[in-house]
Ligand binder design. Structure first.
Ligand code: GDP
Ligand code: MG
Length: 439
């Protein structure tokens, strides 16, 4: 447990300004995290540069370490790059609002047409008409009709023998007759961007004058997603992006790349094959996911709230003078307990959530209770002067706390190690940084 305590204690290190060295160290980890999340190389480079400029010389907030401060800056910047807050769908002042899908084959266009219909029906009591304009595979039309049946939404189709632009023209006419408030056009994709596809989409766009051109991108395609988005956007001037398959194990770096390269907002994310697996895109949540740090910032916020500053100053003083004792240890444990269940806290630490060794780890709150029981069984003299703890005293404490002697020994050893480390850190040796960054 001592390693984790050290991390929780890290708030004690120091205040002041973020130094060049802090930033260099932290940015190495952050660059890796972004690349691991499949953010495009070029985007990573630019991003790291921006953050570095901001971070050097920034004030370190009370009760945050420089590393935490940098994480906060990185997270804020990530969120900002992806567009501060959720962007709603464009809406036409008169019906119907026309939404056109675009994207490579298999990206999730047809599925997303269904999900969007469901979303609009649920939120706006909408009456959409779906147009089947993917004429290259009979199965594509069947797929859309199945989805329409399932949701009770009409699907306009003319089979596979009519030109897609003509299908859209007639579909729009039907929507006008039936006063549908939304028209959603499902289009064909290709395995790669090609001229035939782009021309077809361009023609559909010219006819339908969509209020919204949603590019559907598979988040699992990693670095390639950037080029795809760039290609479609150049030709079609898309209005928004749907990032699908985020229920997979991708960290979602495509979100950052796409936004950085196209400047177009990601509006929704797909999180599964079912019709209800569509969510509004929240940049701040995606930022956390991309950094792979679970809710690191929640941890920082909680730590900030729970940390009494005066106490921190006193504690820092004690550590500096190496007089940190078991009473202080008890106080610290109480503060950590206030932050919530231990395993939740651990998972918020960068790298921890993804670490298989920790992912399955259950931190028993009893461990904490046991440590406390051991301290409670010490006399006041022993608490303030841990050097008194000889074998016979340890046996007495074990009996008093109902814990085995080896456990008492282990806990005292951990205490001494923590104390030593904290003392070193307080003297300006911040070797604990790597631990915080989850290497
Ligand atoms: P299209 O070729 O762009 O129309 O893609 P489809 O809508 O046919 O989807 C291709 C495959 O991806 C299908 O098997 C879908 O069920 C699946 N799919 C689409 N969106 C998601 C998603 O968000 N999560 C998961 N896990 N699968 C998805
Ligand atoms: Mg399709």
């Amino acid at each position: 447990l001592s390693e984790r305590l050290q991390k929780a204690f890290s708030g004690l290190r120091r205040k002041g300004k973020v130094t060049d060295a802090d930033v260099r160290e932290a940015m190495r980890e952050i660059r890796l995290a972004l690349l691991e999340a499949d953010v495009n190389f070029g985007v990573v480079k630019d991003f790291v540069k921006t953050v570095r400029e901001q971070a050097v010389g920034a004030d370190v907030l009370d009760s945050l370490t420089p590393a935490q401060q940098i994480i906060k800056i990185v997270n804020d910047e990530l969120t900002k790059t992806m567009g501060e807050s959720a962007v709603p769908l464009n809406k036409s002042p008169h019906i119907p609002t026309v939404i056109m899908m675009a994207g490579l084959q298999g990206a999730g266009k047809t599925t997303t047409v269904g999900k969007l219909s469901r979303y609009l029906m649920e939120n706006e009591k909408a009456r959409p008409l779906l147009i089947a304009a993917d004429v290259y595979r009979p199965a594509a039309i069947e797929q859309l009709k199945t989805i329409g049946d399932q949701l009770g939404v009409p699907v306009f189709d003319m089979g596979t023998d009519t030109d897609p632009v003509e299908i859209v023209r007639q579909g729009m006419a039907q929507a006008a007759l039936q006063h549908n408030d939304y028209v959603i056009i499902d289009t064909a994709g290709r395995l790669q961007i090609d001229e035939t596809l782009m021309t077809e989409l361009d023609n559909i766009k010219a006819l339908a004058k969509p209020d919204e051109i949603l590019l559907v991108v598979d988040s699992m395609t990693g670095q390639a997603a950037t080029e795809v988005a760039e290609g479609f956007n150049k030709r079609l001037d898309i209005t928004g992006v749907v990032l699908t398959k985020l229920d997979g194990d991708t960290r979602g770096g495509a979100a950052l790349s796409i936004r950085a390269v196209t400047g177009k907002p990601i509006k929704f994310v797909g999180q599964g094959e079912k019709m209800d697996a569509l969510d509004v895109f929240y940049p701040d949540r995606m930022a956390n996911r991309i950094l792979g740090m679970g809710d690191m910032l929640t941890l920082i916020d909680k730590a900030q709230k729970n940390y009494d500053e005066k106490q921190a100053a006193e504690m820092a003083e004690k550590i500096q003078q190496n007089s940190f004792d078991f009473n202080d240890f008890l106080d610290q444990m109480d503060q950590i307990s206030n932050m919530g269940p231990m395993e939740d806290i651990l998972k918020m630490i960068p790298g921890m959530a993804n670490n298989p060794a920790v992912a399955n780890l259950q931190v028993d709150p009893k461990d904490f209770a046991h440590m406390k029981a051991i301290v409670y069984s010490m006399t006041e003299a022993e608490r303030t002067d841990p050097d008194l703890l000889n074998p016979s005293r340890r046996r007495r404490i074990a009996a008093g706390s109902g814990r085995p002697v080896p456990e008492v020994n282990r806990m005292i050893k951990q205490f001494n190690q923590s104390k030593k480390m904290m003392n070193q850190m307080s003297k300006g040796n911040f070797a604990g940084m790597e631990g915080l960054m989850g290497n």
